[in-house]
Design a protein around this ligand. Structure first.
Ligand code: FES
Length: 114
């Protein structure tokens, strides 16, 4: 299997200039990001039990593996949910290029703000 490219759009704190990275075969978007130094939160350690690894898929959404019911339920609680939202620990890139936006906040940060 070939490596897949992931384009991470600029995020104020995590990667101000955006970044192009590669995912190894069978590597989730989250793992590929972490391996490349992009510090996306992952409060439940990738167990599909939080929403802090939420990302919005800007390109390649339909090519990703399908979200499980657990993931869909959790996503409903994510800050800034969009129709192409995924939990990055549960999403594996399939197309040659996946474009990802990291939301400004995670649910943990929002609860600290309020
Ligand atoms: S790290 Fe908790 S759901 Fe992805």
């Amino acid at each position: 299997m070939q490596k897949k490219k992931i384009k991470v759009l600029p995020h104020e704190v995590i990667c101000p200039d955006g970044m192009m990275i590669e995912a190894n075969p069978n590597e989730s978007i989250l793992d590929a990001c972490l391996r490349n130094g992009l510090k996306i939160e992952h409060a439940c350690e990738k167990a599909c039990a939080c929403t802090t690894c939420h990302v919005i898929i800007k390109e390649g959404f339909n090519d990703l593996n399908e979200a499980s019911d657990e993931e869909e339920d959790l996503l409903d609680k994510a800050w800034g949910l969009q129709s192409t939202s995924r939990l990055s620990c549960q999403a594996y890139p399939v197309s040659d290029l996946t474009v990802v936006e990291i939301p400004k906040y995670t649910i943990n940060q929002v609860s600290e703000l309020t």
